[in-house]
Write a new protein. Sequence first.
Length: 115
Amino acid sequence: MQNLMQNPVYTFFSATNDDGARFLLHFGGAFSIGENAKKQSITVYASGNTVYIANTSGNVLKGDVYVYNTMGQTILQQKLTGENQMKITLNASIGYYLVKVVTNENAYSTKVFVK
């Protein structure tokens, strides 16, 4: 066992015929997601070629929204409207896109399918 919080350097040697699954990673402590994880207040989904963003807490949306294609290219970047809901019509090909919403408090990312 190697606790990377206490000793952040781990050195090992390997050969080309070593089993690729020889390591078992354990995530826990302050970085784990447990029952006390904060519920996200931003919901993002798509219907057709429209992306919907809503703040389920009822607060206004302040910040920026970015839409990326599967190659990581930014296809849209704009300010949030200042309301608690927003819809964006994409002029994009059918496929999966990553939507990132960045507010002063947090960043939310989700994958959507646009048709």
